[in-house]
Design a protein around this ligand. Structure first.
Ligand SMILES: C[S@@+](CC[C@H](N)C(=O)[O-])C[C@H]1O[C@@H](n2cnc3c(N)ncnc32)[C@H](O)[C@@H]1O
Length: 285
């Protein structure tokens, strides 16, 4: 049942968008609330220092086979097609934390009139992007960059990007450093430009599955391989972006039931899907 303040929209692709967080069962609440011990400060520091190494090892193990190509981005974010003033205008996109390119290559295949900057802090991931047959320097520029400390302007001109995509990336960054990522992105985004965000939402199935000893902080966990994941509430995300000077355009949970073939179970997935804009008038070139 929806509360009065809550807006729920079902779509034909089996997902529901809503402004209200998923309601947990008593058993789920007990399980989450029962985990009070956090990973030690020493281990937390080690995980932070080794974040890049752990992601690079992830790509060494999984190569390009882990994430599926994300063909849904233009369905979910019409800005990837429609925010040009003229048909002939080239759209400049930055995929921040591009992994091996599961988001950018479907876009490059679909739209001939885009230029994509793609960066990741894993050197292996960047190398996989460059080796993709669809990669060509006239249409894309992939480079290695730690979004929390390397200035994006070393590779991307100031105020030159129309659309930034942040797809399942910010969740991998320590919450104390997320603002640094947004400040870095802010410098290369045009006034009037847009950030498209999709990531793990509060009470996603993955959050409830973490075993004891994996909790790093509120809504923040570590996986067996040392990579970390934050689970976003819409309030936390809105505050983070608004404090960095962005304005919210959309910010909703996406609820889906997916079948986990390994476990033979139907599981509730929760993502947060949002759009933010950098205030200001786009400058005509
Ligand atoms: C779950 S993957 C998502 C990759 C891609 N966006 C996609 O949609 O398939 C998260 C990515 O974020 C990258 N990442 C994590 N922290 C980062 C940081 N501080 N700077 C740059 N990339 C980072 C990881 O290397 C990894 O490739």
């Amino acid at each position: 049942m929806c509360s009065q303040a809550e807006v729920r929209m079902s779509s034909c692709d089996g997902q529901t968008k809503t402004s209200a967080a998923r309601v947990l069962t008593q058993e789920e609440l007990d399980r989450l609330g029962g985990e009070r011990t956090l990973v030690s400060d020493f281990k937390q520091m080690k995980l932070e220092n080794e974040a890049q190494k752990n992601w690079d090892l992830f790509y060494k193990r999984n190569t390009t086979n882990f994430f599926k190509d994300r063909h849904w981005t233009t369905r979910e974010f019409e800005e990837l097609k429609a925010c040009r003033e003229f048909e002939s205008q080239k759209l400049v996109i930055l995929e921040a934390g591009c992994g091996v390119g599961n988001c950018i290559f479907p876009l490059l295949e679909e739209d001939l009139n885009i230029f994509v900057y793609a960066c990741d802090f894993s050197p292996r991931a960047v190398e996989f992007v460059k080796q993709n047959p669809l990669y060509c320097p006239e249409r894309c520029c992939a480079f290695q960059c730690d979004l929390t400390k390397d200035d994006l302007m070393e590779n991307v001109p100031e105020g030159s990007v129309d659309v930034v995509t942040l797809i399942f990336v910010l969740s991998a960054v320590h919450p104390d450093k997320m603002k640094l990522v947004l400040e870095n992105i802010n410098k290369v985004l045009k006034p009037g430009g847009i950030i498209l965000f999709r990531d793990y939402g509060l009470y996603d199935h993955a959050m409830l599955r973490f075993k004891s000893g994996s909790k790093l902080g509120e809504n923040f966990y570590v996986r067996q391989d040392g990579t970390r994941s934050y689970f976003f509430s819409r309030e936390f995300l809105a505050e983070l972006f608004e404090e960095t000077g962005f304005q919210s355009i959309a910010n909703d949970y996406v609820l889906r039931e997916t079948v986990n073939k390994k476990e033979g179970l139907c599981v509730p997935r929760v993502f947060l899907q949002s759009k933010f804009t950098k205030p200001g008038q786009p400058q005509s070139s």
